[in-house]
Design a protein around this ligand. Structure first.
Ligand code: 13P
Ligand code: SF4
Length: 303
């Protein structure tokens, strides 16, 4: 089928199924083109929580679809490719968290949204890259805080809040590919460019940034500031959205190696099949869902 026909067929079926298509900012351009909403983890969770659609086609990675299912249990959450997982989320299990809690019984437990539903069920608070600092700042009265799984996000948050955190050896296998020498090289080529990086980057990369932001906050920042050139330290897929939103500005990827293969699994064709067959569904069992929702709700109350 030609791309135009595919787009048309997706739009027709979407109506018929009463579906919306939620798309993470790292997805392929062809997927962003058929999105009802493109956003970061926090924005997509919020939309999933309040949509009236019966079906959510979630183009992102597995933990994001789970989060949508946790917040919208009456909706059918469908992923175009069930194999799209997040290596960072797979670096910690609910058993690991229980062990950490045994070792630090007084600690508040904060977990990044990049975790499985089972892990979220063990958390006191969830957080995203947008609100991690606000969540930690809200826990002033807590002497100890466990922060999992991303050690680089934890380091950034710890430096910004002045809190010592109990951390885990997790990391994003895509963001660690961006090296300080990449930023230095791009700065040489584009001396007037602002350097924006994601907090999942290595601490040595974060140290070279003008600003450290979530993917959607990067989009907002690029629109609002006067600068005309930007070096982007995150997954390469964001460049497409940045260019669409700001046709007169220039965006340079800090490293072409920063590709998340899981985020590239969805295609227009797979979205069409997902709408036709309403498969694969991601559904979180109710006992886990209730506990995990508590951690997400407590996050949304703070930020
Ligand atoms: P954002 O919430 O900033 O979009 O990040 C999600 C993610 O997986 C980054 O690697
Ligand atoms: Fe996970 Fe990193 Fe891919 Fe985001 S970019 S989904 S954190 S592996």
């Amino acid at each position: 089928m030609f791309k135009d026909d595919l787009g048309k067929r997706i739009a027709e079926l979407k109506k018929k199924r009463d579906a919306i298509i939620l798309v993470h900012n790292y997805q392929l351009p062809e997927v962003q083109e058929v999105a009802d909403f493109c956003g970061d983890s926090l924005e997509l969770s919020r939309i999933a929580a309040k949509t009236n659609a019966k079906v959510i086609i979630f183009c992102g990675v597995h933990f994001m679809a789970e989060t949508a299912s946790i917040l919208s249990p009456d909706k059918k959450v469908i992923v175009p490719d069930i194999k799209a997982g997040c290596p960072m989320a797979n670096m910690i299990t609910s058993q690991d968290i229980r062990k950490l809690k045994e070792e630090h019984p007084q600690a508040a437990v904060v977990g990044y949204v990049n975790t499985s539903a089972e892990v979220k069920a063990e958390l006191d608070y969830c957080c995203t890259s947008t609100n991690a600092i606000a969540v930690i700042n809200a826990l002033k009265e807590k002497e100890e805080i466990i922060f999992v799984p991303d050690k680089y996000l934890a380091d950034y948050v710890s430096k910004q809040t002045g809190r010592k955190l109990i951390t885990w050896n997790g990391y994003c296998s895509t963001h660690v590919k961006i090296l300080p020498e990449d930023i230095k090289r791009e700065k040489k080529f584009h001396p007037f460019a602002k350097v924006i990086v994601h907090p999942e980057c290595l601490s040595s990369v974060v140290a070279l940034a003008d600003v450290v932001l979530s993917t959607s906050k990067m989009c907002q920042y690029a629109k609002e500031v006067e600068a005309k050139e930007f070096i982007i330290g995150t997954e390469v897929g964001l460049i497409y959205r940045l260019k669409q939103d700001n046709p007169t500005k220039e965006f340079y990827s800090a490293s072409e190696r920063a590709v998340c293969p899981n985020m590239k699994r969805a295609t227009q064709e797979k979205i069409l099949w997902a709408l036709e067959e309403l498969k694969e569904e991601v559904k979180v069992p109710d006992d886990i869902r209730r506990l995990a929702k508590g951690a997400i709700d407590r996050m949304l109350e703070i930020a």
